[in-house]
Design a protein around this ligand. Structure first.
Ligand SMILES: *[C@@H]1O[C@H](CO)[C@@H](O)[C@H](O)[C@H]1NC(C)=O
Ligand SMILES: *[C@@H]1O[C@H](CO)[C@@H](O)[C@H](O)[C@H]1NC(C)=O
Ligand SMILES: *[C@@H]1O[C@H](CO)[C@@H](O)[C@H](O)[C@H]1NC(C)=O
Ligand SMILES: *[C@@H]1O[C@H](CO)[C@@H](O)[C@H](O)[C@H]1NC(C)=O
Ligand SMILES: *[C@@H]1O[C@H](CO)[C@@H](O)[C@H](O)[C@H]1NC(C)=O
Length: 415
């Protein structure tokens, strides 16, 4: 009758509510202690040198700057006395992997705070983003939508690390390989002889960019079903979110050099052939990149810009990620980034960021010795591009310039 039925409904609703709570909070519990990320894939055999330990700073409790970190070190359950990695890592290489694997939980203790001007610089970059998102004179497609309106497939650049509570939006041509390497190290998803790979540079290049190595937001559906959006929002609220950007025009030069000046079969077939056909009077361009290089045929930088400006390009498919605007990759008006790095100040920013995320004890940003595209080359590169096209190109990338504080390149646009 009425009462028992009411009681049963009450019990069922109560249980459902409890289960919901467990699902929601499970992940937060998991964030620090459980493996909740992508299936671990055993990496290829790469020699794994004993990881180089940085000498630990003084262990005496005389530091006051990082009290928080210090206290946390003892609150971390399961370890008891922190093990000194400097002692454990000198052990015999051929010992069993499990014995070598000592989770590093110690915080790196800093005796000096982050320099005031660095903190101020971050503050300014974040404030600028907020202002530009609120400013109606900055207009771009998708600016006004809510996070829920962003299609799932557009969330494929947000890499999540539950272990440390970090979300990284990767922008190709902006030190993205190095940061992807760091995300792989942090997530401990690449095993090397049963031990998580800890050296970012030891990760083979093809694995770094293999999407199966990264747990991105667009994969949440598969794992969490209809809770996916809710979980994303919980994580966006709690985790540290960062991205790296660079001058948009310099990024385009870098993309061109990397994809069309070097032999790249994939990009040759998908893009270079199209450019040659459309803009270089070559109805039948060479069939492969090797043939094209042999006869010295490749699209010029000017052809590349023409391709970007051609309305047909976006009709065929959205811009390739190497030249897609950052606002389309990372949704800076829907996601409140905690840290905005600039490639122009990459090393300082990386040091500050790793420290801020409290993972500078685990990983170091690899210094790059490559021949980076410099902004001083800009005027040379654009000398073959008509001024009218430069202005149109600026319009196409203007939101990126404004959101991230890059000046309008007046000298290029006012000739
Ligand atoms: C490490 O162990 C191997 C055999 O297990 C032994 O031959 C080698 O001498 C040991 N090396 C050191 C440094 O103890
Ligand atoms: C919005 O941007 C314009 C420049 O395009 C600037 O003049 C204006 O002051 C900005 N508005 C606000 C509220 O910041
Ligand atoms: C976004 O909303 C503002 C008013 O809040 C409007 O002026 C602007 O045109 C809208 N932009 C887009 C791209 O819909
Ligand atoms: C990515 O890695 C997975 C397994 O780790 C492998 O099966 C797949 O072929 C790789 N994809 C590419 C494009 O290398
Ligand atoms: C870097 O590349 C540019 C053009 O691609 C070249 O002119 C320059 O000599 C290179 N610099 C180094 C140090 O390799």
């Amino acid at each position: 009758m009425g009462t028992s039925r009411m009681f049963r409904i009450f019990v069922v609703l109560g249980s459902a509510f409890m289960i919901l709570l467990i699902i929601i909070y499970w992940d937060d519990v998991g964030a620090s202690h459980l493996y909740l990320h992508t299936p671990v894939s055993p990496g290829p055999k790469v020699l794994h040198p004993p990881s180089q330990q940085r000498p630990q700073t003084s262990r005496t409790p005389s530091f006051l700057s990082d009290i928080d970190a210090f206290v946390n070190q003892f609150l971390e359950p399961g370890t008891g006395e922190p093990t000194d990695p400097a002692l454990t890592d000198t052990s015999n290489q051929s010992e069993k992997a499990e014995e070598r694997y000592i989770p590093r939980r110690e915080w790196k203790i800093h005796l000096t705070p982050v320099a005031a001007e660095l903190r101020e610089r971050q503050e300014q970059r974040r404030r600028l983003l907020q202002e530009m998102c609120a400013n109606d004179s900055v207009v771009f497609p998708g600016k006004n939508r809510t996070f829920d309106d962003i299609p799932n497939k557009e969330l494929d650049h947000l890499i999540v690390d539950d272990r440390h509570g970090i979300i990284y939006c990767y922008v190709p041509k902006v030190a993205c390989s190095n940061w992807k390497r760091i995300m792989i190290v942090l997530s401990e998803s690449l095993l090397q002889d049963g031990v998580p790979q800890r050296d970012p540079l030891a990760i083979p290049r093809d694995l770094v960019h293999n999407s199966s190595m990264h747990f991105t937001f667009n994969k949440f559906w598969k794992r969490y079903g209809k809770f996916a959006r809710h979980l994303m929002k919980v994580k966006l609220k709690k985790y540290t979110k960062f991205l790296f950007v660079r001058d948009p025009f310099v990024r385009l030069i870098s993309a061109y050099r990397n994809k069309f000046e070097l032999r790249n079969e994939d990009f040759y077939r998908r893009f270079a052939q199209v450019m040659l056909r459309r803009y270089a009077n070559q109805p039948t361009p060479p069939a492969s990149v090797d043939e094209a290089f042999a006869v010295g045929v490749h699209p010029s930088f000017s052809h590349f810009i023409q391709y970007l400006l051609d309305p047909q390009t976006e009709k065929d498919m959205p811009f390739n990620e190497h030249w897609r605007q950052v606002y389309r990759l990372c949704h800076p008006c829907q996601i409140q980034y905690d840290f905005v790095g600039h490639l122009e100040t990459a090393e300082e920013d990386a040091e500050q960021l790793l420290r801020q995320m409290r993972v500078d004890n685990v990983v170091e940003f690899p210094t790059s010795h490559r021949n980076l595209t410099a902004s001083s080359w800009e005027s040379d590169w654009f000398s073959t591009v008509p001024v009218e096209a430069r202005r149109e190109l600026y319009k196409l990338y203007e939101p990126d310039f404004r959101l991230f504080g890059y000046d309008r390149p007046e000298s290029l646009l006012n000739e």
